[in-house]
Design a protein. Structure first.
Length: 78
């Protein structure tokens, strides 16, 4: 069993587009709830970190199915 102890840094669950920000070891994940976007796309996560390469290596090694199928490397985005 995998346990992770993320803490909730921010939450806005009573808005029209509920979301929360969770954090652990300098990695922040923004989790959004949006019915329209879910119907158009697979659910997505936004991860914020100071070391993109390290997080990418860890995720691609442990959970490659979470990576976008068209991006097999970290790329700068606007």
């Amino acid at each position: 069993m995998i346990t992770c102890s993320f803490k909730i840094e921010h939450q806005d669950l009573n808005s029209s587009q509920p979301y929360c920000v969770i954090e652990k070891d300098g990695i922040r994940i923004m989790v959004f709830q949006d019915e329209q976007l879910v119907s158009e796309h697979n659910p997505e996560l936004r991860i914020e970190t100071d070391d993109n390469d390290e997080v990418f290596v860890k995720i691609s090694a442990s959970h490659p199915s979470l990576l976008h199928p068209n991006l097999n490397k970290v790329t700068p985005r606007p």
